[in-house]
Write a protein that binds this ligand. Structure first.
Ligand SMILES: Nc1nc2c(c(=O)[nH]1)N[C@H]1C(S)=C(S)[C@@H](COP(=O)(O)OP(=O)(O)OC[C@H]3O[C@@H](n4cnc5c(=O)[nH]c(N)nc54)[C@H](O)[C@@H]3O)O[C@H]1N2
Ligand SMILES: Nc1nc2c(c(=O)[nH]1)N[C@H]1C(S)=C(S)[C@@H](COP(=O)(O)OP(=O)(O)OC[C@H]3O[C@@H](n4cnc5c(=O)[nH]c(N)nc54)[C@H](O)[C@@H]3O)O[C@H]1N2
Ligand code: SF4
Ligand SMILES: [Mo]
Length: 883
């Protein structure tokens, strides 16, 4: 309970792998108040902008309320019987490997456990892979090669206690904001140094002592050089090396690499090596800049080599630290969600492990070999080998590389089932059966975060319509396929107990993932389960791994791996001269099916964009706010141009969030070829070779509307606002009848139109209204349009003719795009506070405007703005692509 007297429920944030604890208070009318849980060890009460806005994403907008079969509502009975029958007949006719599940690191452990048990134990195929293949697979493979197990050695406390934190391919400030705040707090408390290794300047650089903007894909060469310097300077730890094998070979390979391939200034490389070697307490945090690479596994091992050589692992304030992306990416790895593992860190290839798991499940069969990894899985669907697919809690038509080809494969698959919150996703639109899943605030279970802490997610809202929890749907299909006993789960605690009991098998094989201490957990204790770091067994609870030099290879020793630099597989060429880097925005989550429902979050960066260096823009004849066409060997896209030196010449960057629903021309993965790391099978999502040229638009448009429009133009991008939607538009063909077109796009055939036209300048403006007020406004011009977009997005309550001006009325202010989502403080307001009021620190801006004083996610951007606008010559806003 808090001060208001309404009960609050402890749960975990729906989004990233930091795994922040939240306190949820339903308002009784479907709404939800959310605040940080002061007692959760991941966040101690803090939340980032996405966590703060969770309450805005639980509405019924777009929710699927009943199962759908071939586009028609169906009963659960019919839909599930169809799923069970089609899977059963496909297996009967073509064998178990003719079916597959493609699941998600956002599933809860209990969902995942049931899915894995059904596919591996009862269907008898290992064709269950997860979007973690696109996310954590290289880390899993690197950990297993080095440690003999997939284990993150350290804990979040190590970030508080480190003296040097190196971020490799991690934009922690935007992607793990609460951890980033811990890093910044450590810097303030103990002077912790920060080094960022990223080809691009990101928000995470704002506090960095050193930013190494290395050439994409050259991390192995950099860490190999560090290993040579560790050796040359006598920083290796001989006693710890006794617990390892392979130092000499790793060093020899490292000495063969040339750090020049990083493209970095040799002095900067030496500064980095000196900092690293001279600082005992060093944590190396790594993420997708490392994993999503055709040399991802080698990158991981190049980093681990340095920590193993110095014995800086498993002790307070030091160690390699892979941060997980999704809320249960770690849980999925533990429970066997990947096609190449069993469960509880047990191995498919190991006959004893297989026998033990088969015995435990009393399973009729168990696969003898690994299943298909994501890219191969969709290839097999394309080739007609996999004939029935169930996609759960992920949107592969958008997020898989070569996305158009993947979409076509899904479409042509003889039978596809999708479980999602909404039928309005690019993947669900291709499915034969769409099943309504209960969402984050409506379902219970457990998740494991980046530092092995298992936390409870607790339902506080009733699922709408007929929506059901994922584990429940899976278990019923299991029963309908004839395995009543194995899938007769009555409660989540029962699933969790079975899973905990299974982990004792792993413990008995000497594996580290052992939570057998929770095998007898009662319903009440499960309901009350506090955040708990694994392992939890008779032998030990929580803590760090490997300080004692005990590893999980048969000889108990770690491996240093000889690794060598390999450039990205699709190197820029004459036809495709740029390297396309991809990643995340601060306030959006993946394909935006949830975060995109929040007007606050959508105000941060409202349009898909591509960042291009000023030199390249000049060479290509591009001007700010142009639309550009990006082409790769596999696809094409259209993006708004942001000219910025955050990217270096030869590289461009685009975010991953837009889809067929929100900006069909700006789906980044349509451009990314399906090149993978040979060991982990993880796609190289960050280094596609592309060409860049201006889009030859005949017209540009901007619209605000109460309901979502259905434009049919070459380019459009939609974002949610408080009153409805804002849409950017452009087209290559001249449109003659603008009024008719506008009426059709907004589906407002009877509305009153107020129009201004200037055919000579290709300008047309229309406001469509009825007796209650304005319903839509569309602004068109032959040039990119300069308007007060953020002001107009509120569809201000003024007369239509005034709205046509596209400018704020005299007594109203246009604050610019939102920087601080919590208090809605816009860019222009902040620049004015810096330039006119001379507030020159983040704290002063906070005092003056409140910006940055709540969740703190925008503080890195505030710091950047101060740097950019504090000098007298910096007069005009040059950030943001918006005109
Ligand atoms: N706001 C937000 N937060 C999220 C998510 C989200 O969608 N939105 N998703 C979550 C998920 S699932 C994940 S996996 C994480 C991802 O978290 P991050 O990995 O931090 O995020 P990304 O933006 O994908 O990529 C990180 C950085 O890698 C850099 N990079 C590209 N190529 C290279 C290279 O060759 N070497 C190096 N060293 N760096 C390179 C990019 O420039 C980018 O800045 O975020 C999680 N948190
Ligand atoms: N180019 C490029 N591509 C990338 C990446 C990149 O950096 N660059 N990153 C990759 C990474 S790291 C990741 S993790 C993936 C993420 O990619 P996806 O997992 O494909 O993206 P999401 O939008 O998270 O998809 C989750 C889906 O589950 C639905 N959903 C939400 N809650 C529930 C629920 O409780 N049950 C069910 N059944 N469904 C639910 C949502 O509506 C949504 O459709 O993208 C990958 N793709
Ligand atoms: S850092 Fe933000 S998105 Fe990640 S778990 Fe915490 S509140 Fe959620
Ligand atoms: Mo991820």
């Amino acid at each position: 309970m808090d001060g208001t007297g309404l009960p609050e429920t402890r749960s975990t944030c729906a989004y990233c792998g930091v795994g922040c604890g939240v306190l949820l208070r339903p308002d009784g009318a479907g709404g939800l108040a959310v605040r940080g849980d002061p007692e959760h060890p991941a966040n101690y009460g803090r939340l980032c902008s996405k966590g703060m806005a969770l309450g805005e994403t639980v509405g019924l907008d777009h929710r699927l309320l009943a199962p759908r079969v071939s586009g028609q509502d169906a009963s659960w009975d019919d839909a599930l019987q169809l799923v069970a029958d089609r899977f059963a007949t496909t297996i009967r006719d073509h064998g178990p490997d003719s079916v597959a599940f493609y699941v998600s690191g956002q599933l809860l452990t209990e969902d995942y456990y049931v899915a894995n048990k059904l596919m591996k134990g009862f269907i008898g195929s290992a064709n269950i892979d997860t979007n973690s293949r696109l996310c954590m697979a290289s880390t899993v493979a690197g950990h297993k090669r080095a440690f003999g197990t997939d284990t993150v050695p350290g804990t979040y406390e190590d970030l508080d206690k480190a003296d040097l934190i190196v971020l490799v391919g991690s934009n922690l400030a935007w992607c793990h904001p609460v951890l980033y705040q811990r890093v910044v707090a450590a810097r303030q408390a103990r002077g912790t140094k920060i080094v960022v290794i990223d080809p691009r300047r990101t928000a995470s650089c704002s506090q960095a002592d050193l930013h190494l903007a290395l050439q994409p894909g050259s991390d192995v060469a950099l860490f190999n050089h560090l290993l040579t310097q560790i050796h040359a300077g006598g920083h290796a730890a001989p006693e710890f090396l006794d617990h390892t094998v392979g130092f000499a070979e790793a060093l020899e390979a490292a000495q063969r690499d040339d750090p020049a391939v990083t493209g970095l200034d040799p002095d900067d490389i030496e500064r980095f090596c000196t900092l690293w070697t001279q600082t005992e307490r060093v944590v190396t945090i790594f993420s997708q800049g490392v994993n999503q690479s055709s040399s991802g596994t080698d990158k991981v091992n190049a980093i681990l080599n340095c920590h193993l050589a110095t014995g800086r692992i498993g002790r307070e304030g030091m160690g390699p630290f892979s941060v997980t992306g999704q809320p249960n990416a770690m849980g999925g790895r533990e429970v066997g969600g990947l096609a190449n593992m069993l469960a509880c860190h047990l191995d498919i290839e190991n006959e004893d492990h297989r026998a033990a798991v088969q015995g435990f499940w009393n399973a009729p069969t168990l696969p003898q070999k690994q299943g298909l990894k994501a890219v191969d899985l969709f290839r097999s669907i394309e080739e007609g080998k996999v004939k029935a697919l169930w996609v759960i809690h992920t949107n592969p038509a958008v997020t898989m590389p070569d996305a158009d080809r993947v979409s076509a494969a899904i479409k042509d698959c003889p039978f596809t089932v999708v479980s999602d919150l909404t039928a309005q996703t690019d993947t669900a639109r291709l499915a034969d059966v769409v099943l309504p899943a209960a969402g984050w605030a409506e379902k219970s279970g457990t998740v494991t975060n980046s530092d092995r802490t298992i936390s409870r997610q607790r339902a506080v809202l009733t699922p709408p319509g007929q929506a059901r929890a994922d584990w429940d749907i899976l278990a019923e299909v299991g029963r309908r396929m004839g395995w009543d006993e194995a899938f007769s789960f009555d409660s989540l605690a029962q699933i969790f107990r079975e899973y905990a009991a299974m982990s004792s098998l792993a413990g008995s094989f000497g594996k580290d993932f052992d939570i057998s201490g929770l095998t007898d957990i009662t319903e009440d204790d499960y309901a009350e389960l506090a955040p708990t770091r694994w392992p939890v067994s008779a032998k030990r609870t929580g803590g760090r791994f490997f300080e004692d030099g005990a590893f999980f290879h048969p000889d108990g020793k770690a491996r240093l791996l000889p690794v060598s630099h390999r450039p990205p597989q699709k190197a820029p060429s004459e036809t495709y001269p740029f390297a396309l880097n991809t990643g995340r925005n601060r306030d959006q989550w993946h394909t935006m099916t949830r975060s995109g429902l929040s007007p606050r979050l959508s105000a941060h960066l409202a349009e898909p964009y591509v960042e291009v260096n000023p030199e390249d823009a000049k060479k290509l004849g591009l001007a700010p706010a142009d639309l550009v066409e990006i082409t790769s060997a596999v696809g094409k896209g259209i993006f708004r141009l942001r000219i910025t030196d955050a990217v270096t010449p030869g590289q461009v960057f685009a975010p991953i969030h837009w889809t067929g629903e929100t900006a069909p021309a700006a789906r980044v993965d349509a451009l990314v070829p399906s090149v993978t790391d040979p060991i982990s099978g993880q796609p190289e999502s960050k280094a596609a070779a592309v060409s860049v040229k201006p889009m030859l638009a005949a017209w540009y448009g901007f619209a605000v509307s109460v309901s979502a429009p259905a434009p049919s133009s070459d380019y459009w991008a939609l974002a949610k606002t408080d009153i409805g939607y804002r849409t950017e538009l452009a087209g290559c063909h001249v449109i003659d009848d603008w009024e008719g077109t506008a009426r059709a796009w907004f589906d407002l055939h009877d509305a009153t139109a107020t129009v201004i036209e200037d055919p000579k300048r290709g300008a047309f403006r229309i406001v469509l209204s009825n007796e209650h007020g304005v319903l839509a406004a569309l602004y068109v011009s032959s040039q990119p349009i300069s308007l007060m977009r953020d002001y107009l997005a509120t569809l201000p309550d003024v007369a239509p003719y005034q709205l046509l001006s596209g400018r704020a009325a005299l007594d109203q202010v246009d604050c610019g795009p939102v920087v601080c989502s919590c208090f809605g403080v816009g860019l222009k307001t902040i620049i004015s506070a810096i330039q006119d009021e001379r507030h020159l620190s983040v704290a002063e801006i906070g005092e003056a405007l409140q910006a940055g004083t709540n969740c703190g996610s925008c503080r890195p951007e505030l710091a950047d703005l101060i740097t950019e606008y504090s000098t007298p010559e910096a007069k005009t806003p040059k950030r943001r692509a918006q005109v």
